[in-house]
Design a binder for this molecule. Structure first.
Ligand code: MSP
Length: 513
């Protein structure tokens, strides 16, 4: 079995500082990367910034600074955000790096060699904000301004000499590929949109620009720069040292296991990227997953709409793990999700402080008082103990399979159910009434602690810092977190010390409480 896993986030435009939508893509990718690691995979996790194109050039001009200096500064804020979000990315790529430029120019030459590029003239609509071309039927007019229907961003007329990629030639091979690889595009609903777009007919794609210079030069023609999407998509292989396909990284991690992206950039990843790769005779990624948007007041968060929730402000106020947990739980993965501070506070109070935090605290205080602060050693499981412990054992393969479908909703629901079940178990078993039955009392405590340990292992990819705090109870560290061990009932060492921990989540006082 292939135990290598390569996951990527989109590379972000450093045109403005990061917002919650960016944090969302990265946190989900980090969750999947951490899960795969604790399940024994070698994980390569890539993120970075997409720094070329007219959008960035104009943003720098607006600020009156040199374009590269502008990129250096904002790219750094994305890098800092990766640290703040506690991402475990293996690499952070910038498209202004030499390794990337070399890789893009090589890919271009491969496309030329295979006769997939020709020189012509582009006349049509272009959105600088999306860095995308639109057909006449994809735009509408509002107050005299032409706007792209799909993104609502303004378009401008472009009329210039341009190199073209023979996208039309790849229409049938793409359809064949989608057919043979039904899980390539996910979720299912979005796959159908892509397929009908391809079926409606693909036109050749303009892949160079002549009217500005901020980009990677077309080899042997430095009047043109390479279209920013052809440039940006290539990051996924430049990070693996393409064109050197004989190196360890490329051999181990290509094709990518998953490109995790937002639904707005699915066309680029599910049509253009595979077509470029086919043309260059490179294997295609295994999956492209287009997640939904984080909405604020029912609208996509964006700079132009002024409805941006700043992840840093939220983290400063509530802490990182509550935000990570909230985004994973609240937004039904694959769909759009509306987020608000009020709902975040409810989630902290009910899920984190009550269901998880209280369970840990009261079980430990009980064990400190009644089991000499040790993991009980004389135990004897009855059917009820085994039933709750087995809920993990019998679901381990299911959890893995659902994660491989990016069914994050299943994962989080499983945890929430396990928390409810464990709280109920502790209440129903009433260990405080078993003070004259030492073995029963010990067994209830041991079972509850094992459940806390299993739940915490599963929570680790979502709330890593808090999970590690909880695992200190048992003297466990991150290297001890092995997913397969959630099937064990005897993981905790009998008679070892229980270390008390501080309160995990403070409840938030709400005005109407
Ligand atoms: N630079 C391109 C991606 C190139 S990948 C080869 C780009 N950058 S972006 O900064 O505009 O967006 C990056 C990602 O953030 C996209 O996946 C986009 O869907 C996501 N989000 C931006 N706003 C979002 C929300 N409000 N909600 C969720 N994700 C959204 O596109």
């Amino acid at each position: 079995m292939n135990k290598n896993y390569y996951i990527t986030t989109p590379i972000y435009y450093p045109s403005a500082k990061p917002h919650m939508g960016h944090a969302y893509s990265s946190i989900i990718a980090d969750f999947l990367a951490r899960f795969k690691r604790i399940d024994g995979f070698n994980v390569y996790f890539l993120t970075g910034t997409d720094e070329h194109g007219l959008k960035i050039q104009r943003a720098a001009e607006n600020d009156n600074v040199d374009t590269l200096k502008f990129c250096d500064k904002i790219s750094q804020t994305f890098k800092d955000l990766s640290k703040t979000l506690n991402l475990t990315n293996t690499d952070f790529i910038r498209t202004t790096e030499k390794r990337h430029k070399d890789s893009v120019q090589h890919l271009w030459k491969e496309l030329v060699k295979n006769e997939d590029i020709y020189l012509s003239k582009y006349s049509g609509w272009y959105s600088v904000s999306d860095e995308a071309f639109y057909n006449e039927d994809e735009i509408f007019e509002e107050n005299g301004v032409k706007i792209a229907k799909i993104s609502k961003s303004p378009v401008e007329w472009m009329d210039e000499e341009s190199f073209f990629f023979r996208l039309s030639k790849w229409q049938e091979p793409l359809l064949k590929f989608y057919n043979e690889n039904p899980n390539f595009i996910q979720p299912e609903s979005r796959k159908n949109e892509v397929i009908s777009f391809v079926k409606s007919g693909l036109k050749d794609l303009s892949v160079s620009r002549k009217s500005f210079s901020w980009g990677i030069k077309v080899p042997n023609n430095d009047k043109h720069v390479i279209y920013v999407w052809l440039d940006a998509l290539t990051n996924y292989i430049s990070a693996l040292n393409y064109p050197n396909t004989n190196n360890d990284l490329f051999k181990k991690f290509w094709p990518a296991s998953i490109h995790l992206i937002g639904k707005d950039i699915l066309r680029f990843h599910a049509i253009y990227w595979p077509a470029f790769l086919m043309a260059a005779k490179i294997e295609l990624p295994k999956r492209v997953y287009g997640h939904g948007w984080i909405l604020s007041g029912d609208e996509k968060m964006s700079k132009s709409k002024g409805n941006i929730l700043d992840p840093i402000e939220i983290i400063n106020k509530y802490g990182l793990d509550p935000l990570r947990y909230y985004l994973v739980k609240e937004v039904s993965f694959g769909n759009d999700g509306n987020i608000s501070q009020e709902k975040l506070e409810d989630c902290i109070n009910s899920d984190l402080a009550n269901n998880y935090g209280n369970l840990c605290q009261r079980t430990i205080s009980f064990a400190v008082k009644n089991c000499s602060q040790k993991i009980p050693k004389k135990i004897n499981f009855n059917n009820e103990d085994l039933k709750i412990l087995d809920s993990f054992t019998s679901n381990i393969d299911k959890i893995r399979a659902e994660i491989d479908k990016q069914n994050i909703n299943f994962y989080i629901e499983f945890i929430i159910n396990a928390l409810f079940a464990t709280n109920k178990y502790f209440n129903d078993q009433e260990p405080w009434k078993k003070k004259d039955d030492e073995i029963r009392l010990n067994t209830i405590v041991y079972t509850t602690l094992e459940m806390i340990r299993k739940i915490t292992f599963m929570l680790y990819p979502i709330i890593p810092d808090t999970s590690l705090k909880v695992l200190k109870i048992f003297d466990l560290k991150d290297k001890d977190i092995v997913f397969s061990s959630i099937s064990k009932h005897d993981f905790l060492k009998l008679d070892s010390d229980i270390n008390p921990i501080d309160i995990l989540f403070k409840k938030i006082e709400k005005k109407d409480d």
